[in-house]
Design a protein around this ligand. Structure first.
Ligand code: FAD
Length: 448
């Protein structure tokens, strides 16, 4: 055991501390095993202790203690991140914020919540009040607001509201990692240092996020003979501002065959588009479908929204989950296609790789422009081959956010300069989630 444990017990009390091996093991893991590259590298990493604060005030108490002892702190929301974001590479303390779960204020414009509030619970509460979240990940039932802001990017709703960087975080309360942690109130453009930063430069205890008015969402699957028709339809719907929507997800056959709970409702052999659109948009969807030979298929009426397994359970990174369940040799990439030239990029990829790469796009509005983001499914053979595929994508102008690394510099999509500046100011001894964001100059100074 490590020397500081007894002092930690005295500081926070046993009811806020987990020391048992199995509990430490469980709460030191996220969905890193999604990646065949990360799985062997992270499987043996675990914290020395898990601290579960119950009040905001306990957070700086633990941070100050850890700072004085030089103990790394890795924050955990619900641990649904899929690149080892919340895996403590150097042991130390995992700070589990799941009990900071109070919704503090809801107005017509925003919700102010503690970081551990689950997005699914918040969405339910909002919908009861005729409101709803703007954006949430497909893991919303489990994922926390803080974890989404610090480890996610976008999801359901991003086709209308963009991703986390598009004004979807209004304010954050941030604690620094110092002898006496400072409580910062961050808003406006300063938030870019904290969004998708894996908790490397501060602990967020509270967030203010914008919300919108509740919509009756109908879920529809439209099917096509080939993927080209599926993405043409999806693009047309994505661009059509008369259709209010939350989800536009084209997937290439055989990806729909992986969706076991709904496969009986789907046409064998057909590429598909999974949609959430407002009640009353049926005719507009049918017109877009007919234009490219598509057929309206499985429909889930709006009164069943969020009461049964929904189409969003097969989109974003859930698509990858169903692929993995079907065939563990499948993996994925995160790619950004060109907003106009994407059909050409897609045909270049299919010509080069055939069924080694299966396409899954997510249309979203990024900085106001409709773009096809992609989470293609890749048949994994070796790391070398995976990086050959990545190199090809890059060579034809398709951007990659590598999901097979925990390093923010390589896989992240935040603004590095702002993140590094906040890291220097807030975490001078590099104790927050070490290994995820490196500052060479500062680390060398410490070693000297
Ligand atoms: P965690 O995994 O616990 O944490 C994520 C990161 O943030 C970690 O680095 C952690 O240290 C840090 N962190 C957590 N809370 C705080 C805090 N309060 N202060 C400072 N740092 C903190 N992501 C998307 O963006 N969109 C998707 O649609 C999506 N779909 C997914 C589907 C599947 C099947 C899986 C496995 C993952 C998916 N993800 C997606 C990734 C992930 O589920 C989401 O980003 C989710 O919002 C993370 O929330 P969490 O509470 O589980 O965070």
């Amino acid at each position: 055991t490590v020397g500081w444990i007894q002092e930690l017990v005295d500081l926070v009390g046993m009811e806020k501390l987990l020391l048992d091996f199995d509990q430490r093991e469980k709460l030191s893991k996220d969905y890193y095993w999604y990646s065949p590259v990360l799985e062997p590298l992270l499987r043996d990493k675990r914290a020395d202790a898990i601290v579960i604060p119950e009040t905001e005030e306990q957070v700086p108490l633990v941070l100050g203690f850890a700072y004085r002892h030089g103990i790394p702190i890795t924050t955990r929301g619900s641990g649904t991140g899929n690149y080892g974001q919340s895996v403590p590479l150097e042991g130390g303390i995992v700070l589990d914020l799941s009990r900071l779960n109070t919704v503090q204020e809801v107005t017509n414009e925003y919700a102010r919540v503690q970081a551990g509030v689950r997005l699914g619970a918040l969405e339910k509460l909002l919908r009861e009040q005729n409101k709803e979240l703007r954006i949430y990940p497909s893991t919303f039932m489990k994922a926390s607001v803080g974890g989404f802001v610090c480890g996610g990017s976008g999801g359901i709703g991003s086709i209308t509201w963009g991703n986390l960087w598009d004004g979807n975080v209004l304010e954050a309360i941030v604690y620094t990692m110092e002898e006496t942690p400072r409580r910062l109130v961050i808003s406006g453009s300063d938030l870019v240092a904290y969004i998708h930063n894996y908790g490397t430069n501060g602990i967020l205890t509270e967030l203010k996020i914008p919300i919108s008015t509740k919509v009756s969402w109908k879920q529809t699957v439209v099917q096509f003979d080939d993927f080209e028709a599926a993405f043409q339809f999806s693009h047309a719907v994505a661009m059509d501002d008369s259709i209010r929507k939350r989800l536009v997800t084209p997937v290439e056959w055989p990806i729909p065959s992986f969706f076991k709970p709904i496969v009986k409702h789907l046409e064998p052999g057909a590429s598909a588009c999974l949609l959430e659109t407002e009640d009353g948009t049926e005719q507009a969807l049918a017109a877009h479908a007919t234009a490219v030979g598509g057929r309206i298929g499985y429909v889930i009426p709006s009164d069943l929204y969020h009461t049964t397994i929904g189409l969003s359970d097969f989109t974003w990174n859930h698509t990858t989950l169903w692929a993995l369940k079907t065939d563990p040799t499948l993996t994925y990439l995160q790619a950004g296609f060109h907003p106009v030239d994407f059909p050409k990029q897609i045909s270049q990829i299919k010509a080069e790789f055939g069924d080694e790469v299966l396409l899954h796009l997510e249309f979203m509005r990024s900085a106001g422009i409709i773009v096809p983001a992609a989470l293609p499914i890749i048949r994994y053979t070796t790391n070398e081959r995976l990086y050959e595929i990545i190199t090809f994508f890059l060579s034809i102008g398709v951007g990659i956010n590598d999901p097979h690394t925990w390093r923010l510099e390589m896989g992240g999509r935040g603004q590095m300069d702002a993140m590094l500046a906040a890291k220097r100011a807030n975490d001078p001894h590099s104790l927050l989630n070490p290994g995820k964001l490196q500052i060479p100059a500062v680390q060398e100074t410490i070693k000297e």
